[in-house]
Design a protein around this ligand. Structure first.
Ligand code: 5AD
Ligand code: SF4
Length: 445
């Protein structure tokens, strides 16, 4: 690799989960501190960061095709960008990427990106740089203060996973569960609110496993952190994702009845409704214990919107076991959901299991599940018609004078009038579609 001029502009392309979006923003902030600015829309960046996801599909292949595309575009324009691969594929396949993709200058894992500026210096000097260490919490101390503007912000509070579900790469790519300390989180939340955030979504692979000590040195779980954040003036909404059923403490459930700013929405993956499959997945809960957690939430917040994750076609899944998944869906009545075909991930225990499910069976099951989930989402939206609620505006709509935002139940709501991004507008939900609702702003009296 030849020495190059230091990059002046960057672009981050983030795939996968919200955690990656958060990491992408933080990498951008690190670069901005060194005077490297985001490339303008449509302009080629000097530095491109591919912030990758390894959870499903042939993610590695996507990295190589993206790198190939960048090299091709660079040849056409006569200007090769510096390429960095970050995220979970970097963590899992770092050496392989360095070997197979000579155009990549930097490989940086999700726990090491605070050292990106040093790596950049090396790359500018013509040396390739790899860092996939997992020094846990050090990263957050080394990052600059938040600069993010916007009405809704992510705040990463917990990372990693100790659960080792047999299909999942997260425990290998993101490492063991760690919680960021209380004080730094409250400070970061305050800065986000000062910069204009009205809503903060607390992020973690197992966000409800967050544990720490509050400002009085008392041990607390996520509920304690939520209570503290709710005291920040100007912060209107708190959300959190993703939770694990086994880490659900009663104090967090109770917080949904105590903290007005905590939104009535819960994302609680179940993956399957069959106890045999759940056991093979090493989920460490049953369909019944999951339903018990849901019932507790509903007792505290009857209107809570529920969402989940499902995997169809886990090795050996029978038709009857798949129907158990449909049954649990019917029992819960979800407001939103994410469902996936099982994808064997290299290095996970499930990848060594026999009895793979044929692709056409998987596709057919996914279709049936998604139809059922879609009906439920539509039913949830229809049941909301007539309610009056606040919508946090996050985008302009298709036509002039149209605005889009989120209801407390995380539904997309559009309406008309003179508003601005970041406004909390009171609307009456007037009409329901399968994935969004129309709101009416009451005329001023
Ligand atoms: N195959 C399919 N889906 C998966 N998920 C995680 N690993 C896999 C896999 N190997 C899904 C789970 C998880 C969500 C983030 O992605 O449903 O909750
Ligand atoms: Fe993966 Fe299971 Fe951990 Fe979720 S709880 S990140 S599915 S291992």
């Amino acid at each position: 690799m030849k020495p190059t001029a230091p990059p002046r502009t960057y672009r981050v392309k983030s795939y996968g989960c919200q955690m990656n979006v958060y990491d992408g923003e933080r990498m951008g902030e690190l670069l901005a501190e060194r005077g490297i600015t985001p490339a303008a829309e449509g302009e080629d960046a000097d530095l491109v960061i591919l912030n990758t996801c390894h959870i499903r599909e042939k993610a590695q292949e996507k990295v190589y095709s993206d790198v190939g595309r960048l090299v091709f575009a660079g040849k056409q324009s006569g200007k090769q960008p510096m390429i960095a691969v970050a995220g979970c594929v970097a963590q899992a396949e770092g050496e392989e990427i360095m070997r197979r993709a000579p155009a990549v200058s930097i490989v940086v894992g999700p726990q090491a990106y605070h050292r990106l500026p040093d790596m950049l210096e090396k790359a500018v000097a013509g040396k390739r740089a790899t860092d996939t260490d997992m020094p846990a919490i050090a990263k957050f101390d080394a990052l600059p203060a938040r600069r993010k503007r916007g009405s809704s912000a992510f705040l990463s509070v917990q990372e990693g996973c100790d659960k080792f579900c047999t299909y999942c790469v997260v425990p290998y790519t993101r490492g063991a569960e760690i919680s960021r300390p209380f004080k730094g989180l409250v400070a970061e939340a305050e800065r986000l609110v000062e910069a204009g955030a009205k809503e903060i979504t607390l992020l973690g692979q197992n966000v409800n496993a967050w544990a720490g000590e509050d400002d009085k040195g008392r041990g607390t779980g996520l509920a304690g952190l939520i209570h503290a954040l709710a005291r920040i003036d100007g912060l209107e909404r708190i959300r959190y994702t993703t939770s694990h059923p086994n880490d659900m403490e009663d104090s967090l459930i109770a917080a949904h009845g105590e903290v007005e700013k905590l939104m009535p929405y819960l994302h609680l993956p179940v993956q399957s409704g069959s106890d045999r499959v759940l056991k093979a997945m090493n989920r460490q809960h049953t369909a019944e214990s999951y339903l018990k957690v849901i019932a507790k939430f509903r007792a505290v917040r009857p209107d809570i919107a529920l969402s989940g994750d499902f995997i169809v076609g886990f090795p050996g899944e029978t038709e009857a076991e798949f129907e158990d998944t449909l049954s649990i869906v019917d029992e819960v009545r979800y407001a939103a959901c994410f469902s996936f075909k099982y994808s064997a991930r290299p290095g996970t225990p499930a990848a060594a299991l026999d009895n793979p499910i044929a692709p056409e069976v998987m596709a057919e099951r996914l279709q049936r599940l998604q139809t059922r989930l879609g009906e439920q989402q539509y039913a949830f939206n229809q049941a909301s018609v007539g309610k009056t609620c606040k919508v946090l505006v996050d985008r302009t709509g298709r036509d002039p004078g149209q605005w889009l935002g989120k209801s407390p139940w995380l539904q997309s709501v559009w309406f008309e009038g003179e508003h601005a991004i970041g406004d909390l507008v009171e609307v009456t939900l007037a009409e329901a579609g399968p994935v969004s609702l129309r709101g009416l702003v009451p005329a001023p009296v």
